[in-house]
Design a protein around this ligand. Structure first.
Ligand SMILES: Cc1cc2nc3c(=O)[nH]c(=O)nc-3n(C[C@H](O)[C@H](O)[C@H](O)COP(=O)(O)OP(=O)(O)OC[C@H]3O[C@@H](n4cnc5c(N)ncnc54)[C@H](O)[C@@H]3O)c2cc1C
Ligand code: SF4
Length: 447
């Protein structure tokens, strides 16, 4: 059975064949002022990389992608392309958009397979930058700073670098070897990654501030918060991020085979938790959301994907308590029906409990996926201003309330600021690197 489970976690989408890639590349109109470039947060020169595929210049194509986006191989697989580059393709009006994500994968897979090192470290300028966190934001910043000649050290709490790409986004969409290649491209530029090093525990914020010329905080977000209901301590209750992480690390439990699972929440994490549960053999998986389909934060393609996997959706439904048996094992979830009331300060209609509508779902496991907590104490250890844990920045300079410290990625997402996407984290990492360069470069280097 375990080899069947392993097969369930292998990348689902096949790479384009050469003929498919050529045919698709030749469909591109190579628009002047192409809207796909503007729609890509990292401004990849999309028509340019596609033209290079059509002329069989694969290294050139991969370089065009990776120059703009140091996480371009992962983004080829995880970007919500229908709302970004492909959504902007002019061919939407007449036929089908160009499969930009798949062509991007075709070109970056070539680079992975060829073992080519695409970029070079810049001449050392004697300045040192510390980056806290090796996710898309941290890696992207590190690559650009190293190319500009900075000595870069990344501090990473986990045993593996890559952030949520390494342990958060399911392996059947984003396999580990792709993430490892992107990390390796950065390490080969001389960036030191100190893994198993949690800032605030293994080294203090003050030590980092004292030892480096500038600091980038790119720690993302934390664990899933508690639901605040009875029964969360029971055996069979999971944090979705930890649940997905185990599957990424190859820990494929057989405990869910034939079991019924409820997933609470309706964002990226909920979809990934639910589809992992299906692949671990659960017989019935339902996503519960206290609002409706219209308000869910998961992308349309994720929603469609979960439905194809057989995941059920129970809208306007909230958990009330998790029920356990005498051995402390989950056997049910008491729920209550909701309705949407008046709009709150954020403009979204508030869900309200319908009194007396309680009912019990018989389930064997509950996966909590209601967002992520914030690293408030770390942010405060750096002495940074924040709003409910979201680091306050000047959005043009990525600078925090301490002019030596810049922040990017999920740590600045929230309260109407930014987007929680790999591609935006990659762009913000680049922006933070360029802003540090503006701040630290010597007057003689300024033309
Ligand atoms: C389950 C899930 C699925 C997702 N699916 C998609 C998707 O399909 N497409 C998409 O575009 N986005 C997706 N996202 C969002 C995307 O993963 C994030 O927006 C992106 O990873 C943010 O990058 P980051 O570098 O800011 O943070 P992260 O990727 O979270 O990286 C932060 C790093 O900092 C490290 N760290 C934290 N604290 C410390 C400390 N004290 N000391 C040292 N290191 C520390 C962490 O271990 C981590 O490696 C998903 C998110 C989740 C949770
Ligand atoms: S990085 Fe993402 S948004 Fe940009 S072109 Fe590639 S797939 Fe599209």
């Amino acid at each position: 059975m375990s080899s069947q489970l392993e097969r369930n976690f292998v990348e689902m989408t096949a790479r384009m064949t050469k003929n498919e890639a050529m045919d698709e590349a030749n469909r591109c109109l190579y628009c002047y002022d192409a809207p796909c470039i503007t729609a890509c947060p990292t401004s990849i020169q999309v028509p340019n990389f596609i033209k290079k595929i059509a002329s069989n210049n694969m290294k050139g194509s991969a370089m065009t992608i990776m120059e703009a986006n140091p996480i371009g191989a992962s983004c080829a697989r995880v970007c919500p392309t229908e709302v970004l580059c492909e959504g902007a393709c002019v061919l939407n009006a007449s036929t089908k958009p160009i499969k930009i994500g798949q062509l991007q994968r075709y070109a970056t897979d070539w680079a992975i397979d060829s073992g080519v090192q695409l970029f070079k470290q810049g001449e050392a300028n004697g300045q040192k930058v510390a980056i806290v966190g090796s996710g898309p934001a941290g890696l992207s910043a590190a690559r650009e700073l190293s190319r500009l000649g900075y000595s870069v050290t990344i501090f990473e709490a986990e045993a593996k670098a890559g952030g949520l790409n390494a342990y958060g986004i399911v392996s059947f969409r984003l396999p580990n070897d792709v993430v490892e290649w992107e990390v390796d491209q950065v390490v080969k530029l001389g960036v030191e990654i100190k893994t198993n090093t949690r800032v605030g525990v293994d080294i203090s914020a003050d030590e980092i501030l004292a030892q480096y010329d500038s600091v980038i905080l790119a720690v993302g977000m934390g664990a899933v918060p508690n639901l605040g209901i009875i029964g969360e301590e029971l055996d069979g209750v999971h944090d979705a991020i930890k649940f997905v992480k185990d599957t990424k690390m190859g820990v494929l439990t057989e405990e869910l085979i034939g079991k019924r699972v409820a997933v609470i929440g309706a964002g990226n994490t909920a979809i990934d938790g639910a589809t992992c549960a299906v692949r671990l053999g659960a017989s019935e998986v339902d996503i519960l959301y206290r609002r409706t389909e219209k308000e869910m934060t998961a992308y349309q393609y994720e929603y469609e994907f979960a439905k194809q996997d057989g995941v059920g959706f129970k809208w306007l439904t909230a958990p009330k308590q998790i029920i356990g048996n005498e051995f402390g094992k989950v056997i049910g979830l008491e729920c209550v029906k909701m309705r949407l009331g008046e709009a709150g300060a954020d403009g979204r209609q508030r869900p309200e409990v319908i009194e007396g509508s309680e009912f019990v779902l018989e389930v064997d496991a509950v996966i909590k996926a209601i967002g992520q907590t914030r690293f408030v104490s770390l942010v405060e250890a750096f002495g940074l201003q924040h709003t409910d844990g979201v680091v306050d920045i000047d959005e043009t300079t990525m600078q925090t309330s301490n002019d030596k410290v810049f922040a990017c990625g999920d740590v600045v997402f929230g309260n109407g600021q930014g987007e929680a996407m790999v591609v935006t984290a990659a762009q913000q990492g680049k922006d933070a690197a360029y802003m540090i360069h503006e701040r630290l470069r010597k007057p003689s280097e300024i033309a």
